[in-house]
Write a protein that binds this ligand. Structure first.
Ligand code: FDP
Length: 331
């Protein structure tokens, strides 16, 4: 029997659990459809003239890749007219994107990182799209949405997920009742469920961190990594492996499937306190990891309890294996 499609999964969720309002289903299907188009553009590579940089910088001061901008436009175009959204916000845009007045408005807020891990695009390694969905505050209806309306803790997310453009194109999704993986069947253009409800394996001795930042870590992170590098001869008495893809989607996907821990801690870099973005990267990934039985913290507290102070806020991220993550909280 063929694996069930994303549409069928969502309709059944809507019917059985009543956990999925119709507008949210439409929103998820629209994001998933846009991700198919992005996957197509990514896979064309140099033939589609989508590789390389534009020479411009985004609001974060990072050089924009052509695909960052293409994927951003695709997500905006796909989602602005359906009537399910009040506004959108993207890592690639300075401020929020209100739904144009010519279209009906809905009650949801969509946030996305159109291409995460974009340094990998030109060398043909996995990149992805991350998204998070919040509900606009009730008092937002009938007025312009403001940045303040987006500033909700991650625990208020009603859906989150990512698409990963790797050897396979996958969509990994939560609507708050488990994590499900869908693989894109390119011949028929359909997402088919290939895993779920996913539970990340615990106890895998694998950590992911950018070692080149060691000089900027806190003593707590230095100790954590040192103990693991010492392996069987160290205080933990067992060997560990290290992996770093420099594409958060790829690193988190590996951890969801195989276990382990991902760390991009707050560090002492001169321009701020951290690299990853709370609302476009940390929160959606934290939601997925918790739903799959793992844990996610900023170094001091549960990530999904952090109240954002601005749209593009950066934050330390430590997520994955529950025991490993909580051992860092205990230290
Ligand atoms: P990128 O800037 O290429 O989009 O989003 C930030 C991110 O990638 C993450 O995907 C990735 O984990 C991290 O940056 C890589 O950072 P380093 O360059 O410090 O390894």
């Amino acid at each position: 029997m063929q694996a069930i499609s994303l549409s069928r999964f969502l309709i059944e969720q809507q019917r059985q659990a009543q956990a999925l309002p119709g507008e949210l289903r439409l929103l998820i299907e629209t994001v998933a459809r846009a991700c198919k188009t992005i996957s197509h553009a990514v896979s064309k590579g140099a033939l589609g003239e989508v590789l390389g940089s534009l020479g411009s910088e985004n609001v974060q001061g990072e050089v924009q890749k052509k695909l960052d901008v293409i994927a951003n436009e695709l997500l905006l175009d796909a989602n602005e007219w359906g009537g399910h959204l009040a506004a959108m916000a993207s890592e690639e845009m300075e401020t929020l994107y209100p739904i144009p007045n010519r279209y009906p408005k809905g009650e949801y807020l969509l946030l996305f990182d159109p291409i995460d891990g974009s340094s990998n695009i030109d060398v043909d390694l996995s990149v992805g799209t991350i998204f998070s969905v919040l509900k606009a505050p009730e008092n937002a209806s009938g007025r312009e949405v403001t940045e303040q309306d987006f500033l909700q803790a991650g625990m208020h997310q009603v859906a989150a997920g990512y698409a990963i453009y790797g050897p396979q194109t996958l969509l990994v999704l939560t609507i708050g009742s488990g994590v499900y993986e869908f693989t894109l069947d390119r011949e028929i253009g359909s997402w088919r469920m290939t895993d779920g409800p996913m539970q990340m394996p615990q106890g895998n001795r694998e950590f992911a961190i950018n070692m080149a930042r060691r000089r900027q870590w806190s003593p707590q992170i230095i100790r954590y990594v040192e103990e693991r590098i010492q392996g069987a001869e160290g205080p933990l008495g067992k060997d560990y492996n290290m992996r770093w893809t420099a594409s958060m989607v790829a690193d988190v996907h590996r951890i969801l499937k195989r276990g382990g821990i991902f760390l991009y801690p707050k560090d002492a870099r001169p321009d701020g306190t951290a690299r990853l973005r709370l609302m476009y990267e940390a929160n959606p990934m934290a939601f997925l990891v918790e739903q799959a039985g793992g844990a996610a913290i900023d170094g001091e507290q549960r990530l999904m309890e952090v109240l954002p102070s601005k749209l593009h806020q950066r934050i330390g991220v430590i997520l994955g294996d529950k025991e490993e993550v909580t051992s860092l909280l205990r230290d």
